[in-house]
Ligand binder design. Structure first.
Ligand code: GLA
Ligand code: ZN
Length: 676
């Protein structure tokens, strides 16, 4: 099924534009330049709260009215923001309760942005009121294609009000103090609570000795859940406010780099009409890392297209070193987003400000103020191409036969764990498998523990430490029906409260995997073990499980140490399917090898065969195939096209198996239509 997110007839192109920071006389020239760059979408009003509401009872929309009129007059679509990402100074002065208290217990003063306490009734009242007023006032503008609630929600608050709300959240979750005491295992270190009001937030003053190190894992885990829910409530309240007047305009908020740890984006995705996110890689990031973020965003939106809400056309301003995007890279990365499911390519920012911290952040309209810049030319060239593509690709889906399990609560739990190794980083383990799949151009969905697995041929769940209720059943059913399941060391240990499942690791996964893990050895960074797999020796590091076979076959054994000869990698036949267990962190080349083997057995094939460094991604719209070929390498690459097709960007036609030549940083979008 294909589905559009915005009612546009082409891939939307534009970005954040802040005319309120400029004299009105300059606006017309901006419009001329933006039109010249083939820009059709403006994200407006992202940080204007203080201008829109000069005092408690006074609202002032005149300037925004003019901006909205200007957008309409120039046939620009608008993604309208609610401006609630930075509260006005007068509000902070009058109602200090809206200010956050940080992790160290320091009460913040007015300043910066993203600084409002999510549980402050005053903040909620005024943010919702503003969102509602905006929707009421601008509901008649049929060029508003989306709502942009606040901006990059995130962070935490440890104020006394949040503490009170936390207690209420806990009451809702656990019902009784007895149940809370059980779930939190409070008999440990004399933590038994006799009154809800004895419970305090876990921060530097209480349970933590650093942000990631806590003495009470479950309390800290619940705080993370609570904080994510509190901020989500702010989003949802504004969502409802704008829907009162504009029920048909889809609502989003711009999420941060793929896996922002602080918020459970998978839960958030369920409340957003469509997913949008901000992509700010550095030049050193691998293209697989960028792909992972796009892939995750696509999956969070249930496979619907997403919006690339922000990317810089050239440099950023907040990295230690803000390198320029090399010629062709902005175009390449824009198409990479589209390949992975974006139906809009937007920038931060359309025009560079002259003051404060973003004046050296890249923009379409530079401080030079004209169109004769390299960046402007590249932006305009891409704009022209997107215009020519018209309605092609829009709404197309991106099917996958492999699921990679990535779960926020599991992430929090793994990295709060005291032991076995502080070098264990969940995202690294996820990326080891993702990169291997991505390098082989295997399409992947990134699923959570609660998701349905039945449609996949393979499910890979690295470090499934927290095995929440139901997930083992879904995996069991999946494997029984013929699926291939892969998991690793430190899996199946705990339940949703971070309480160990007793009776032997990997807990509820034990029968599926056919093993019992008796011990886990943590290796210092300088030490390695090794194993032989398919005739090849691989190193094993970080963690080494010491296990017993309970029906599984050993595929490789450790070569060294007191557990030499015991299994490292196992495979268990279970029902019609197979369950692999990788008991250590192997060297990089092993992952590719394992993925090849699994894909071959399960007949999972890449969208097309291509040399390493050429990313191939397919989107589908009914019988129309769109095959993106993206050359991330410096040199020209040749690829055999998998079907008779034509390249939408050059108009050139190809016969099946004909060689296509892709320049350095080049892109091809091959289209063909399946016959009946
Ligand atoms: C974020 C914000 C923008 C801007 C950019 C700069 O993504 O949403 O307002 O600050 O970063 O990179
Ligand atoms: Zn607070």
């Amino acid at each position: 099924m294909w589905e559009k997110v915005w009612r546009t007839d082409k891939i939307a192109y534009g970005g954040d534009y802040n005319p309120e920071q400029w004299p009105e006389e300059t606006w017309e020239e901006d419009m001329r330049l933006l039109k010249l760059a083939h820009i059709d979408t403006l994200t407006l009003n992202v940080f204007s709260w203080a201008l829109l509401q000069p005092s408690e009872d006074e609202y002032c929309f005149e300037k925004l009215d003019k901006i909205m009129e200007m957008a309409k007059d120039h046939q620009m679509n608008v993604c309208l923001a609610t401006s609630t990402g930075a509260h006005p100074a007068w509000m902070a002065r009058k109602y200090p309760e809206i200010l956050r208290t940080d992790f160290s217990g320091i009460k913040r003063k007015f300043g910066a942005r993203h600084n409002s306490c999510p549980n402050s009734p005053v903040y909620r009242k005024y943010s919702v009121r503003l969102a509602e007023k905006l929707a009421e006032r601008y509901q008649k503008y049929d060029n508003i294609i989306g709502w942009h609630i606040s901006n990059e929600f995130g962070g935490e608050c440890y104020c006394e009000n949040c503490e009170k709300v936390f207690r209420a959240w806990l009451k809702e979750r656990y019902g009784t103090l007895d149940e809370l005491n059980r779930a939190w295992n409070t008999a440990f270190w004399g933590h038994t609570f006799y009154d809800w009001d004895e419970i305090v937030l876990p921060d530097r003053r209480t349970e933590h000795f650093s942000e990631n190190e806590t003495m009470a894992q479950t309390i800290s885990l619940d705080y993370k859940r609570f904080n994510s829910d509190s901020i989500l409530d702010c989003f949802r309240l504004e969502y409802e406010a704008v829907k009162k007047y504009t029920p048909d305009i889809p609502v989003t908020t711009n999420l941060m780099e793929g896996a922002y740890k602080g918020l459970n984006y998978r839960k958030w995705g369920k409340y957003m009409d469509f997913i949008s996110w901000d992509n700010y890689p550095s030049n050193e990031d691998s293209f697989s890392k960028i792909a992972f973020s796009h892939n995750l965003m696509h999956s969070l939106g249930d496979g619907k297209p997403f919006v690339l809400m922000e990317q810089t056309p050239s440099a950023q301003n907040w990295q230690p070193v803000n390198a320029l995007k090399r010629p062709g890279v902005m175009r390449l990365w824009s198409y990479q987003a589209v390949a992975h499911g974006a139906d809009a390519v937007l920038f931060f920012q359309l025009k560079r400000s002259i003051g404060s911290c973003e004046k050296y952040h890249g923009a379409v309209i530079d401080h030079a103020g004209h169109e004769h810049t390299r960046v402007f030319r590249e932006v305009a060239q891409l704009g022209e191409e997107l215009e020519k593509l018209g309605g092609e690709i829009l709404g197309a889906s991106k099917p996958a036969e492999v699921a990679l399990m990535f779960d926020w609560e599991n992430w929090w739990a793994i990295e709060y764990s005291a032991g076995p190794s502080k070098y264990l980083k969940y995202l690294d383990e996820i990326m080891n498998y993702y990169t291997a799949l991505h390098r082989q151009n295997i399409s992947v969905d990134i699923v959570g523990e609660e998701d349905d697995l039945s449609g996949y041929k393979a499910v890979i769940a690295p470090v499934l430490y927290m095995t929440k209720p139901g997930v083992d059943e879904r995996i069991r059913e999946f494997v029984r029906a013929g699926g291939t399941f892969v998991t690793t060391f430190f899996s199946g240990y705990v339940d949703e409260n971070d309480l160990v499942v007793i009776g032997g690791y990997p807990g509820r996964l034990r029968d599926i995997l056919g093993i019992w893990v008796e011990e886990i050895d943590a290796l210092p960074e300088t030490k390695k073990n090794s194993f032989v797999y398919g005739g090849q020796t691989y190193s094993a590091g970080m963690l080494c499980d010491i296990m017993h076979l309970e029906g599984a076959k050993s595929l490789a054994e450790y070569q060294e140490d007191f557990y030499a000869g015991t299994p490292t990698i196992t495979c268990n036949s279970f029902g019609q399917g197979q369950a692999y267990y990788v008991g250590t962190r192997p060297e990089e080349s092993f992952y590719g090898r394992l993925i090849e083997e699994i894909c071959e057995k399960q007949q999972i094939s890449p969208a097309a065969e291509a040399p390493l460094g050429v990313e191939v991604v397919e989107r589908l719209r009914d019988k129309e195939h769109y095959l993106f070929m993206l050359n991330h390498k410096e040199g020209m690459q040749k690829i055999a096209v998998p079907a008779a097709c034509s390249d939408l960007l050059t108009g050139k036609s190809y016969q099946e198996k004909e060689q296509l030549e892709l320049d350095a940083k080049g892109v091809a979008i091959l289209k063909w239509t399946e016959s009946e």
